[in-house]
Design a protein around this ligand. Structure first.
Ligand code: NJP
Length: 254
């Protein structure tokens, strides 16, 4: 309640579901994504259901650009005060499962610069311009993936899975670096979730998705939002450091 929560990748899917769920908890929301029109529609929807009681900022930001993240955060902080919670969630996988040498170089760059740089840039800006470091308090919740831990590795996903493993490593190092502050650094790892994530993949192969999800029902974004609320709802002295939220019957998980 009354906390300033910044969510990247909030225009749809898991980020939008977390935004709606946290609005219900009376959090103030700062929503980042590239699609301004989708953010506007979401903010209208949230205002309709939550009234005008919460502060809501929408910022058209591509997380691949550090300067646009920092400018947006600095502007919001002037109006709403420091950032209490950052939810790093903006992410994508491009080029449906394919052998590594067949991926397009521009897709490799977009995936790594969004999933790796984007998480680091937003954390850096939240810690500095967002005021977490000077106040020695706050929470950084990184939406990573069970795929980061997958054993044996899933072929055809070299770049996406590596980017998720990098997010896990970043989470762990940052948590240790910040251990003398009251800043929590957490990892939320979803299994398969039915969102646009799967459809937007270049060369999306529906047959492959159906085969992969055979025998279980994927999560919906609201299931992941519920898990985020559990992680964020703990007392200051309690960190749920990492949480896997997966379809009960999903195969190929560690
Ligand atoms: O995906 P989707 P999810 N700058 O496609 C935004 C992880 N995950 O909700 O910019 C700023 O519905 C994009 O907005 P827009 C996954 O790796 C998922 O499923 O307007 N924003 C949209 O709001 C990711 O980290 C599954 O196009 C950028 C959002 O990101 C997170 O969950 C399984 C951006 C993506 O919404 C959310 O994915 C798993 C940029 N450069 C982990 N690029 C799963 N769905 O099965 C994208 O283990 N966005």
């Amino acid at each position: 309640k009354d906390q300033n929560v910044l969510i990247t990748g909030a225009s749809m899917g898991i980020g939008a579901a977390i935004a709606k769920r946290l609005a219900h908890e009376q959090a103030n929301l700062i929503l980042f994504a590239r699609s301004g029109d989708k953010l506007k529609a979401l903010s209208d929807e949230i205002h309709k259901s939550s009234g005008e009681s919460i502060k809501l900022f929408t910022c058209t930001v591509d997380v691949q650009s550090y300067s646009s993240i920092e400018t947006a955060i600095s502007n919001v902080v002037k109006e709403a005060g420091p950032i209490d919670v950052l939810i790093n969630n903006a992410g994508l996988a491009l080029g449906a499962p394919a052998p590594f040498p067949e991926l397009k170089i521009e897709d490799i760059i977009t995936m790594t610069s969004t999933n790796i740089n984007g998480y680091m840039f937003a954390a850096y800006a939240a810690l500095n311009a967002g005021g977490m470091r000077s106040r020695a308090r706050g929470t950084i919740l990184n939406v990573t993936s069970t795929t980061a831990l997958e054993v044996p590795p899933f072929p055809g996903e070299a770049v996406y899975h590596s980017s998720k493993a990098a997010q896990e490593a970043f989470t762990n190092v940052l948590r240790v670096e910040l251990k003398d502050s009251n800043i929590k650094v957490l990892a939320l790892r979803p299994g398969v979730v039915a969102t646009n994530f799967h459809e937007q993949r270049v060369g999306y192969d529906k047959g492959l998705y159906d085969d992969f999800t055979q025998g279980f029902e994927p999560l919906v974004a609201e299931d992941v939002a519920e898990a985020a609320v559990i992680m964020l709802g703990q007392k200051d002295r309690v960190s749920v450091k990492a949480l896997d939220v997966v379809p009960t019957a999903q195969r190929s998980l560690p």
